[in-house]
Design a protein around this ligand. Structure first.
Ligand code: CO
Ligand code: ZN
Length: 330
């Protein structure tokens, strides 16, 4: 599993430009699915056909937070805006990578740290002047955080665990499901970080009977962390609510029952800031009972997001359990 994680987190995939990620996933899943399509927004949808007539949608997003160039000055320094929720404290001195491989360093103007905002930051690609910079980067180009993958043993740290680790969970789960009961739609969704956009159109097209997002959730287990019961290593997190969705009571009950029946370690998640694809799925058409299986991650939305492999395995097991359940209530 570590190899797939490394391959996916190292890929380039800011919101709207997820093609490199979906290409990798296509190669990894093509032998395990009945259908594989890509829609207009860049969602990759892998289908495994069942016989019950019920449709289950799982969704993990392929995009990562990033940077978009807004201006290039005469000296060749780049100004940028955020693509999704950048954490400003983690930017200064960090590096970014553009689609063409160009690397830049994030620098800051002088001034009070408390007043630091994106307007006071710039990217230095080592250009001599504007013309030189334009050889490598144009206004409107996207970049991602450039930070290496490190294997800490049972824990791994990298950029873009949000939500490539969710993609890994879906890939591992769909390899394990040999005789699907229901029509299973594994959506590798686009543009989550800018407002759950890919999940919205894919869910409309699929019109599922049950929707499950698989995404990361921050933990409350680091020094003076915002209050949260979620801890790294304590298992799959079953979402109760976040700011985009209140998990349907039937879905929360289903996930809890399956985790207990199969001996899968789990914890409940109440997230007071942030949303997931379930926020888009549950508002589709007349409404879809939806919930979320969350992978606990430390340092979310920094270039050093940390996961625990036991949690990832618990999430895989829970996705498989949902896929193989009779789903009598849905
Ligand atoms: Co995110
Ligand atoms: Zn996410």
């Amino acid at each position: 599993m570590k190899e797939i994680i490394k391959q996916l987190v190292e890929a380039y995939g800011p919101s709207g430009y997820e093609g490199q990620v979906t290409d990798i996933i296509t190669e990894l899943v093509k032998d395990y699915v009945d259908e594989l399509t890509t829609d207009v927004l860049g969602n990759l949808i892998a289908v495994k056909k069942g016989t019950s007539g019920k449709k289950v949608m799982f969704s993990a997003h392929t995009d990562e937070i990033g940077f978009v160039i807004t201006h290039i000055d005469d000296k060749g320094f780049l100004r940028f805006s955020n693509v999704g929720g950048l954490n400003i404290l983690t930017l200064v001195g960090g590096r970014v990578r553009f689609a063409n491989g160009t690397i830049g360093v994030i620098g800051k103007e002088k001034g009070d740290l408390k007043e630091l905002d994106l307007d006071k930051l710039f990217i230095d690609i080592g250009a001599k002047n504007r013309e030189d910079a334009l050889e490598k980067v144009k206004v409107g180009d996207f970049a991602i955080a450039h930070r290496e993958y490190n294997d800490l043993g049972n824990r791994i740290v990298s950029k873009a665990m949000d939500d490539r680790i969710g993609c890994v969970v879906l890939i591992e789960a769909l390899k394990k499901i040999s005789k699907p009961v229901h029509d299973l739609y594994f959506v590798f969704s686009s543009q989550e970080e800018v407002g759950l956009r890919g999940a919205r159109t894919s869910s409309y097209a699929i019109d599922p009977d049950l929707g499950i997002a698989v995404d990361v959730t921050p933990t409350g287990d680091t020094p003076e962390a915002p209050r949260s019961e979620v801890a790294l290593g304590n298992g799959a997190a079953i979402k109760v609510m976040d700011t985009s969705v209140i998990a349907h009571p039937k879905v929360k009950a289903l996930l809890t029952r399956l985790a207990e029946a199969k001996g899968i370690k789990y914890q409940y998640e109440v997230l007071t800031r942030g949303g997931t694809d379930a926020g888009a799925i549950h508002l589709t058409k007349e409404g879809v009972p939806s919930g979320c299986i969350s992978i606990p991650v430390r340092h979310v939305h920094t270039p050093s997001e940390m996961i625990d492999l036991d949690d990832v395995q618990a999430c895989v097991d829970l996705v498989v359990a949902v896929a193989e359940d009779a789903l009598a209530d849905f």
